[in-house]
Write a protein that binds this ligand. Structure first.
Ligand code: 3PG
Length: 402
């Protein structure tokens, strides 16, 4: 794909697909991460004299104008972050958008209303793609976190305009490539989460890529139970025992070492500061549940981390939202951060709860790279081709640089 180096934006109308699907509380943006990570691309395009037209979806209005899902407050946040005026238009295609674009001057920034107010967005309707493309001279996709969606603004539109990757997209792709496609070995992965059933494709793909696979969260309980360990009242999936055993056998055949907890922090209820017992993994009381990995597991995982050159992290080790069940996740995240800062480890994290778990541990800023993506990060780990990336790639060399 082409990045922004190859784009002379001066005087051009640049349709920038961003991911402004940001968390909101009481009508205001509650986490600026995606906006802050997008800002360098907008600044670069505006500084080069481009007329920057930002498009994004927000939430899931399903083709209707749902007022609570307007991008207007997000545009205000973007303006504050950029320290640069941001215009807003009440529609992303049609006369309102066209008039707003026509009024744009070089170096100005415009945010268009939620693309998902139109059913054609998610349907990847060619008419919607053409209408979006008609607003601009060039397309820049900076929305890695929406690249798993084959929608008009992420995929269809790239067929009609010269397409480039923005700086955030470029950073995400570089980080993920270095972590999984072309990593310095040994490479390990921490995969946590509640259910094997939702991470089967991910585990299947990652087994062939990593040397060490650390399994945490309630998912580990299913692996343990599948091997005959009594896990008491712990969350687990009895219907997945055969699958879990098959995964363990596949890993062995491929030379991937799977590491499961050797001890556990248990309680009879899942609530803050519940009375806990820490036991060896074969000693879980019948009336209790595993809520975190224990200290012996943490020591073992730290040892394993010390032998790695690359680490991919997705999902917490325990029920980190509630103390004291955040201890193992905190300790391992802090160790990964320390090794990264010491130059001994390249660490890449992303997907779902992962970023909040790392933030909670105070380790997010110590990682080599923290992805802004949830679902797209997971699909990348599953080895899937993301349509938004494919659209950039497919056009490589076909349309001459503008
Ligand atoms: C995300 O927040 O992961 C992306 O913006 C995609 O949102 P979606 O799951 O509603 O398509």
């Amino acid at each position: 794909f082409r990045n922004l180096d190859a784009l002379d934006a001066k005087g051009k109308r640049v349709l920038l697909r961003a991911d402004l699907n940001v968390p909101m509380r009481d009508g205001a943006v509650s986490d600026l991460t995606r906006i802050e990570r997008l800002a360098p691309t907008i600044r670069e395009l505006a500084d080069k004299g481009g007329r920057v037209i930002v498009v994004s979806h927000f939430d899931r209005p399903k083709g209707k104008r749902v007022p609570e899902m307007s991008l207007a407050p997000v545009a205000k946040s973007l303006e504050a972050t950029l320290g640069h005026p941001v215009h807003f238009a009440d529609d992303c295609v049609g006369p309102v958008a066209e008039a707003a674009v026509a009024a744009l001057k070089d170096g100005e920034v415009l945010v268009l209303e939620n693309t998902r107010y139109h059913a054609g967005e998610e349907a990847n309707d060619p008419e919607m793609s053409k209408a979006l493309a008609s607003l601009a001279d060039v397309y820049v996709n900076d929305a890695f976190s929406a690249a798993h969606r084959a929608h008009a603004s992420t995929e269809g539109v790239a067929r009609h305009l010269p397409a480039h990757a923005g700086r955030l997209m470029e950073a995400e792709l570089n980080a993920l490539t270095l972590a999984l496609e072309d990593p310095e070995r040994p490479v390990g992965a921490v995969i946590g989460g509640a259910k094997i059933s939702t991470k089967l494709d991910l585990i299947g793909n990652i087994l062939s890529k990593v040397d060490v696979l650390i399994i945490g969260g309630a998912m580990a309980n299913t692996f343990l139970a599948a091997q005959g360990v009594s896990v008491g009242k712990s969350l687990q999936e009895p219907g997945m025992h055969d699958t879990a055993r098959q995964i363990l056998a596949d890993a062995k055949a491929r030379g991937c070492e799977i590491i499961l907890p050797v001890d556990a922090v248990c309680a009879s209820e899942f609530k803050a500061h519940a009375a806990t017992t820490t036991v060896g993994i074969d000693q879980v009381p019948a009336d209790q549940m595993i809520l975190d990995a224990g200290p012996k597991t943490v020591e073992l995982l730290k040892e394993k981390l010390a032998g790695l050159k690359t680490l991919v992290w997705n999902g917490p080790l325990g029920a980190f939202e509630i103390e004291p069940f955040d201890a193992a996740t905190n300790a391992l995240a802090q160790e990964a951060g320390r090794l990264t800062q010491a130059g001994r480890l390249r660490s890449v994290a992303g997907g779902g709860d992962t970023v909040s778990a790392l933030r909670h541990a105070g380790a997010a800023d110590q990682m080599s790279y923290v992805s802004t993506a949830g679902g797209a990060f997971l699909e990348w780990l599953e080895g899937k081709t993301l349509p938004g990336i494919l659209a950039l790639d497919a056009l490589r060399g076909i349309i001459a640089p503008v």
